[in-house]
Design a protein around this ligand. Sequence first.
Ligand code: GDP
Ligand code: ZN
Length: 439
Amino acid sequence: TSRSGLTDTIAAIATAPGSAGVGIVRVSGPNALAVADGAFVGKRRPSRTAGGRFLFGQLVGADGEILDEGLCLIFRGGRSYTGEDVAEFQTHGSPAVLARVLARALELGARPARPGEFTLRAYLAGRLDLAQAEAVLGLVEAQTDAARRQASLGLSGALGARVTRIAANITRTLAAIQAMLDYPEEGVPDEDRAAPLAAAEADLTALVQSARAGQISARGARLALIGRPNAGKSSLLNALLGYERSIVTPIAGTTRDYLEAGLELAGVPVTLIDTAGLRDTADEIEAAGVRQAHALAERADLVLALEDGSEPREALPADLPHGARVLRVQTKADLPTAWTDPVVLRVSAVTGAGLPELRDAVHAALIGDAARGEAWLTTERQADAARRALEHVQAAVHLPDDLAGYELEEALRALSDLTGRDVQEDVVDAVFRNFCVGK
Ligand code: GDP
Ligand code: ZN
């Protein structure tokens, strides 16, 4: 029986809907090999085939009708993705073939798998932690290389390892506190209590900060271009896209609606939103557009506030969205400018000058200094757990020992939530092996 203790066998089409060269039906559970014996005829019976092997043969219906020819891959419990016995049928990838093969598996006793259920079983079998399971989803959904990289790091267990490191330092502090309470006369050196706690706090702070970068790399960022009519919003959008998308026009106030364009900017998936110009206006339609610009900017992860460099500099509108991050950009850098104050970002949509610097600035604003090569928090669930852990650790810093101990236990609980693993149990042994209580 499987480690997860589940008794039913699940089946699903694992490949995308539609026609393709190859399609896959996956079966997992205690009866997976029996299902394969019933649905597949090859040189050898699937149930007599060693794990990690494949057979060539025919998929057959109940009455022996040949449905298709293809491969049957066998994975044995404990050495499969789900931890259970798994059979995978690779057939020609038409909806008709796949529907019949799946129906045959169900006829033979499997039930339709629910979304994510194969990965859920992998988690229940202890083959993945929660963060890894989320990374599997991230890999399935990755639209850009940045998203793929983070998901792949998560799946490798790098995030779990980062969390375990933090948990180890918290546990070390707890042990020191316990020693202090048990043997007050011995005294516990400050390095045993304060140092690991400070390290845990620093690591957790960096981890929490990585959530913004991680979520942006996974789901992408919304970037709103705002500025007065004729500031050069549409031109900049087109320059960034490298092709014509919105209508660039010299007449003020014609971008009444807004346009969205998706692109990869410095490795980050970005949706650029070209808003209507911000200005006081009596025109009803335009006024609606201006309101919309404000609303869009408020929901954006980053706002590029464009100002025409060939015009006298004006103050940014006072009602610029609250809370949103704003990068001020001077446009039309190819034209003479009367500006006297230094500007950080000057771009020309005509010559392309300043675009690389703009890309870098956008990257810095979105990803910040979340360390490259480190695993980031990629879901709100993970971020929430990490924030709770950090709050408890910060509370512990200034509390007397007995109360600090309580906060640290809560912090460990939050970290267990993050990975869905009992981190405490994981690290306790390793930590206490090296820790010397009262000497
Ligand atoms: P929007 O109203 O903010 O979207 O501004 P547009 O992108 O439609 O540009 C308004 C006018 O400025 C158009 O005539 C553009 O050709 C011109 N323009 C935009 N960007 C530049 C630039 O970088 N250099 C120059 N010389 N003209 C530009
Ligand atoms: Zn425009």
